[in-house]
Design a protein around this ligand. Structure first.
Ligand code: SF4
Ligand code: MG
Length: 318
């Protein structure tokens, strides 16, 4: 939790209807309406913290958080209510985020009771509609979370998140706790809902193959900062930052590349503590191509002609 205080984050819509997210150190990330931005990096890199700051589950002590032009950095819970319904989050472990003593119908109805001006009949109707949207059966409403499989519980979590017709849904490792076969079903469901409901997603995951599948754009995080950002396919096929190269090289290649097999880059050393980051480039102690300059001078996230953003003094061609 203390970590969140080290972040300054801003999101805003520019006049073209883009959302811009600023993390610490002038790092920025653009999310267009209707797209999915994949946020990747090793565990502990700050992905979840960033996510929680974005939906104001964590307080932001430094910096600014703008949503659709509205400064929500310091809004009280009451002031946040109208924003909250447009900004939702789905968590990794649905069993931890669902109250085990409440029926799933009630769990899905809860945001509607709090935020929507509906009669109880209206709420019942909307819950039925949401169950249908996420692929749960009508007679599931009376069950408890423990009577459900992990995948079904995540469907409940998703139904809660979309209950109020949000614009942006932050998905924090939504399929990481599920079996592989179930993962695909939930990923398909999310894609389906995005289409139907015109949702914008921030999809956090450490499983890069899932991220590649769902994201239009990806942002790679290392020690609390974004080190590379760009269109998903471009970053996956030609990562420019040495850290992205290492991460992506560890993903099994499905299609054959012109150069044949890709060489896996193994990083030495552990991720340093974000509380005591190395001087200069934070990646330099583990970077296979670090030079003297990297030890003293911190690279900024620079936008290249191709549109790719990279925080490295010596990026691969972009
Ligand atoms: Fe490696 Fe230097 Fe680039 Fe950092 S700035 S990623 S140490 S080459
Ligand atoms: Mg996490």
């Amino acid at each position: 939790r203390a970590l969140s205080k080290r972040f300054s984050i801003g999101t805003r819509f520019s006049s073209e209807g883009r959302r811009v997210v600023h993390a610490v150190d002038n790092v920025s990330l653009t999310v267009r309406r209707g797209e999915t931005v994949g946020l990747v990096g090793e565990s502990g890199c700050g992905k979840s913290t960033l996510a929680r700051c974005l939906v104001r589950l964590y307080d932001i002590t430094d910096g600014q958080l703008l949503f659709d032009g509205d400064d929500i950095t310091a809004k009280s819970l009451a002031e946040l209510r109208p924003v909250r319904r447009r900004l939702q989050m789905v968590f990794q472990d649905p069993s931890a985020s669902l109250n085990p003593r409440r029926r799933v119908g009630d769990l899905v109805a809860e945001p509607l009771r709090v935020h929507a001006k509906l009669t109880s009949a209206g709420i019942r109707e909307r819950v039925a509609e949401l169950f249908d949207l996420v692929g749960l059966l009508p007679d599931h409403v009376g069950r408890y979370p423990h009577e459900f499989s992990g995948g079904q519980r995540q469907r409940v979590g998703i139904a809660r998140a979309i209950a109020l017709n949000p614009d942006l849904v932050v998905l924090d490792e939504p399929v990481s706790a599920l079996d592989v076969s179930v993962q695909a079903q939930i990923v398909n469901l999310l894609a389906d809902l995005q289409d139907k409901l015109k949702l914008t997603y921030i999809f956090i995951a450490h499983d890069l193959s899932v991220v590649r599948q769902v994201s239009t754009r990806i942002a790679v995080m290392y020690l609390g900062s974004i080190v590379e950002e760009g269109p998903s396919e471009e970053v996956f096929s030609a990562p420019a930052h040495p850290y992205s190269q290492a991460l992506i090289s560890a993903v099994p290649v499905v299609e054959t590349t012109p150069s044949g097999r890709r060489k896996r880059i193994i990083l030495s050393g552990d991720v340093p503590s974000p509380l005591k980051p190395p001087a200069g480039c934070r990646f330099h102690p583990r970077c296979p191509v670090a030079k003297d300059r990297c030890r003293t001078e911190r690279p900024a996230l620079v936008e290249h002609k191709s549109g790719r953003k990279v925080a490295c003094h010596f990026p691969a061609s972009v």
